[in-house]
Design a protein around this ligand. Structure first.
Ligand SMILES: Cc1cc2nc3c(=O)[nH]c(=O)nc-3n(C[C@H](O)[C@H](O)[C@H](O)COP(=O)(O)OP(=O)(O)OC[C@H]3O[C@@H](n4cnc5c(N)ncnc54)[C@H](O)[C@@H]3O)c2cc1C
Length: 494
């Protein structure tokens, strides 16, 4: 898509900003190109569009009024948290309003007895753990972007992180989400109780990519900080062996606190950047963490070392103290910016596959590197089977961007072929919208559209993201024809 020149309908722009300024202070409505351009993309920088108007509300009432006004004027709205998303979910509308939730930064309540915190959506993921740390508690899902990304974005994407193998994704750690529909109607999903009767609408809201409602408050579950933790860095002389070792650890009945993998090109890029102490001779390394009481950790580390050695590890280094453990993780967490230093751009894929197919899919990615003539370091949440191949390219070269997109599409479709999915934690956004046609059959997509219409009949909230129209799938020409038992005569057709 590249950076589109703003071709704004100035009459529409004036009408919308004037309407919003009726109840928002002047500083909270941006429309001049020098003010709106910083919002032109999220972390998927290959796709850019300057928003027509940016609204920066500070209160729930303002959010409600913005949504009502846009609904009345038939103007679309795209919610935005910190803009670190990697699937273009917060890509702005060129003819609508980008709704930044960045000013919703307050922790509203911490209840250490119930082990919950109630926070506004703009609160950074890492800030939650910082605030509750004096109570010996923390918020478990830890995306590598956690120092920057917001909890509202995490809820919208159902974000994961290196510790989600043991502690679950966002959906397993959020109890309640409050917000507003595009019509400005309040919605409240879930509760502080363990379970609620009726359909699980909280699970529907989490991962809905800002398509159903704008989140204004999130209640998160907190966990006691583990007494201790320790990580093994295991080296392998072959990527497939490392992939198979992941399956062996899980098959041994062990649930590590984290089980991550990086191949040689990824460790080389990271080491120059953060000096994490990785084995640069290894074809791939695994990071396997154990946490709990000192006895549990000692026992689990010994078991994991045994399984990894039997799976062919050439070297096993165990962190000697917490500083070394954090240093090992700092490399993994800095992997994306590290590859960003060795290439003008990188395209981070996010497919999930059954763990036993890891080795096979890695070999496929290697074959695609040769086919498309593009380098592709691999970093991933191996324990979850969640791959993040990072294609290195130059977005200023349109032909290279096309090759990158084709490379990514082949890998995502390979994930589906082996029984996996096209996303693990980054969402569909605009990036993977065509692959949704391969993942789902028409009746399933129709059901998704029916759900959307319940919340947003006019289709104004984050349009063009997440779920493709059947028309788009027909044009893409790769619609899945089998499966999908959801067809019902009363489901609307699109
Ligand atoms: C270096 C790097 C590392 C990353 N590592 C990880 C990782 O380990 N795991 C992982 O899961 N992700 C990771 N990500 C992706 C990204 O950080 C997550 O998807 C994160 O949850 C996005 O949060 P955000 O606040 O930046 O949201 P944004 O990018 O602003 O928005 C993301 C989506 O959420 C919607 N949204 C945002 N706020 C709201 C709201 N209040 N109400 C309704 N919808 C809303 C937007 O419309 C959009 O669809 C990484 C990104 C980067 C750049």
């Amino acid at each position: 898509m590249g950076s589109a020149l703003p071709q704004v309908d100035s009459l529409r722009q004036e009408r919308v900003s004037k309407k919003l300024r009726e109840f928002l202070p002047e500083r909270s409505v941006l429309w001049q190109p020098e003010d709106t351009r910083p919002y032109e993309c999220d972390g998927l920088t290959a796709y850019r569009r300057v928003p027509m108007v940016v609204a920066l509300p500070e209160t729930e009432e303002q959010v409600q009024r913005i949504l009502r006004a846009c609904h009345e004027m038939d103007v679309c709205v795209v919610p935005r948290g910190a803009g670190t998303g990697l699937s273009g979910g917060a890509l702005p509308p060129g003819d609508g309003v980008l709704l930044s939730m960045a000013k919703f930064m307050r922790v509203l309540r911490v209840d250490p007895v119930a082990r919950i915190a109630v926070v506004q959506p703009g609160v950074r993921n890492a800030a939650i753990s910082d605030v509750v740390s004096p109570f010996g508690l923390y918020y478990a899902p830890d995306p590598s972007s956690q120092i920057a990304c917001s909890i509202g974005g995490n809820v919208a994407e159902n974000s994961g992180g290196v510790h989600c193998l043991k502690y679950g994704l966002t959906v397993h750690n959020v109890l309640r989400v409050r917000g507003y529909t595009i019509e400005g109607e309040p919605v409240d999903f879930g509760s502080e109780a363990l379970d609620a009767p009726g359909y699980d609408l909280l699970a529907l809201a989490i991962g809905s990519e800002g398509l159903l409602a704008v989140t204004t408050e999130v209640t998160v579950r907190l966990l006691p900080k583990p007494e201790t933790a320790c990580v093994i860095m295991a080296s392998f002389d072959d990527v497939k062996k490392a992939g198979d070792a992941v399956a062996a650890v899980i098959a041994a009945g062990i649930v590590p606190a984290g089980l991550e993998m990086m191949d040689k090109p990824a460790t080389a890029a990271v080491e120059q950047f953060v000096h994490a102490g990785y084995d640069l001779e290894a074809a791939a390394i695994l990071l396997c963490e154990s946490d709990g009481s000192a006895e549990e950790v000692e026992e689990e580390i010994a078991r994991m070392k045994d399984v990894l050695a039997k799976a062919g590890a050439t070297r096993l280094a165990v962190s000697r103290d917490d500083a070394e453990r954090l240093r090992f993780w700092s490399g993994r967490k800095a992997a994306f910016p590290a590859v960003g230093r060795i290439s003008p751009d990188y395209y981070c894929m996010d497919g999930t596959i059954p763990k036993k197919r890891l080795g096979e899919v890695l070999s496929f990615v290697g074959a695609m590197e040769k086919k498309y003539g593009l380098r592709c370091p691999n970093v991933f949440h191996a324990g979850d089977g969640n791959l993040h191949p990072l294609i290195l390219f130059d977005a200023n070269n349109p032909e290279e961007l096309k090759r990158t997109e084709a490379f990514a599409a082949e890998v995502l479709e390979k994930c589906i072929e082996v029984g996996g999915t096209i996303t693990g934690e980054h969402g569909v956004g605009v990036e993977k919208i065509d692959q949704m046609c391969v993942q789902f059959a028409a009746p399933e997509l129709e059901a998704f559209h029916a759900v959307k219409r319940v919340f947003d009949a006019k289709g104004l909230l984050n349009p063009g993201k997440g779920v493709p129209t059947l028309h788009r799938c027909a044009e893409f020409g790769r619609m899945r024809v089998h499966g999908g038992k959801l067809s019902h005569p009363n489901l609307p057709r699109f």
